[in-house]
Design a protein around this ligand. Structure first.
Ligand code: DOR
Ligand code: ZN
Length: 401
């Protein structure tokens, strides 16, 4: 059943061209100026079409915390936000730190409507499971406190994991970023390190100004780009996450890092918690983000703060490259038909009642944004369109290593 997506504005070698995209068997079969025959036609109406976003940092909370989110609600929210692939984090209950927990999560994720992959958690005593774990995106190490119980204090073990894992993601804050890179240098480790949610000028410098530049990638999150510590006054716990919001000059440094190429990736760190939980004295850290990441970035494009080329690079191409995700991240013949059609002129407020995340709130509630995803296609199936999500099951991603 070929599908033709007509009148797509896509980037071809960094320039925008209008093309038609023919999809066959879930893959992009032709990018053309012609109008090949198809059973179904979608008219993109000269809207921008990007490769579906790959969000390498989400907490979909399943198993164990499904009152906050699960793979269905989280993935529906992602689809609405133009994200077609997510990589889930291991701080669930039980944590994804054993082969059994990984297999259990794999089964639970089968209901996801966007493609998915798993980050495996590193602990003091799971080296043998890390070695045996099949088809994982990366190993995640927590060097600072956050939701869950995965913090590692033993730097010998950290070194051991960095040595055996081809790609390690660290939740490291401030000086710990420097420390973990120091361990890589001291032990002459040649594997890759991905620094999650870089939040300040200093953290970006620690991550990228060292001799391992080519081995270290830096991720930033929308909340650190579009908010700063001043927002805590109005939002309180609803703007509390780890790492925390920083000063305005830090926020500027992250944008500058995007402009200068020091930032490699943008990921949501979608970390939903219920309103009732956030209202408690001992509230948990984290904010939801999959539905607002692309609209915030498109709005920033409207204000000349970021280019479409950079959005595509940091949200689609680089995640595919860094995580070596097969056949994704690019609009190319032979690649998976994971696409998002975005209306750059659409102005709409972020409204809690519109959100599909189970937690039903956003720190950006009330903000009017220009530029919204209107149709999301996963493996050649429309999973989001006309404000509705269609429950087509997606697939686990594969990695080229
Ligand atoms: O704020 C955060 N929330 N930071 C994290 O690292 C974890 C996340 C969560 O799982 O709630
Ligand atoms: Zn996180």
């Amino acid at each position: 059943m070929p599908l033709l997506i007509k009148n797509c504005r896509i980037l071809v070698k960094e320039k925008i061209f209008q093309k038609n995209i023919l999809v066959k068997n879930g893959k992009i079969s032709k990018i053309t100026n012609m109008e090949p025959k198809a059973d179904r036609i979608i008219d993109a109406k000269s809207n921008l079409v990007l490769p579906g976003l790959i969000d390498c940092h989400v907490h979909f909370r399943e198993p164990g915390l499904t009152h906050k989110e699960d793979f269905l609600t989280g993935s529906m929210a992602a689809a609405k936000g133009g994200i077609t692939t997510i990589l889930d984090m291991p701080n669930t209950i039980p944590p994804t730190t054993t082969l059994d927990a990984l297999e259990e999560k794999r089964k639970l994720a089968a209901k996801s409507v966007v493609n998915y992959g798993f980050n495996f958690g590193g602990t003091l005593d799971n080296l043998s499971d890390i070695k045996k774990a099949k088809n994982i995106a990366a190993v995640k190490l927590y060097l600072d406190n956050t939701t869950g119980d995965l913090k590692l204090n033993d730097f010998e073990i950290v070194a051991e994991i960095l040595r055996i894992s081809k790609l390690t993601i660290v939740h490291a804050e401030d000086i710990n970023i420097k420390n973990v890179i120091g361990i890589m240098i001291k032990n002459k480790i040649k594997n890759m390190l991905h620094v999650a949610h870089v939040s300040s000028a200093k953290e970006l410098e620690y991550a990228k100004s060292n001799k391992l530049r080519n081995q270290v990638s830096a991720e930033v999150c929308p909340h650190h780009l579009f908010m700063n510590e001043k927002d805590l006054q109005a939002l309180g716990a609803f703007a509390e996450m780890k790492p925390s919001l920083k000063a305005e000059h830090d926020q500027k440094a992250l944008w500058n890092g995007i402009k200068e190429g020091a930032v490699d990736m943008i990921a949501s760190d979608h970390a939903p918690h219920l309103k009732e939980e956030k209202e408690k004295a001992e509230y948990p850290f984290g904010v939801p983000g999959v539905e607002t990441m692309l609209p915030l970035l498109l709005d920033a494009f409207s204000s000349n703060i970021i280019t479409i080329q950079t959005i595509q690079k940091l949200c689609c191409e680089n995640p595919a490259k860094i995580f070596r995700i097969k056949n994704k991240g690019f609009i190319k013949e032979g690649y998976d038909a994971d696409l998002v059609i975005a209306d750059l002129g659409k102005r709409q407020a972020v409204r809690n009642e519109d959100l599909l995340t189970k937690c039903k709130w956003s720190p950006f509630e009330g903000k009017i944004l220009k530029g919204w995803p209107v149709t999301t296609i996963v493996n050649g199936n429309v999973v989001y369109g006309n404000g509705e999500v269609f429950g087509v099951k997606a697939k686990e991603v594969q990695y080229g290593r």
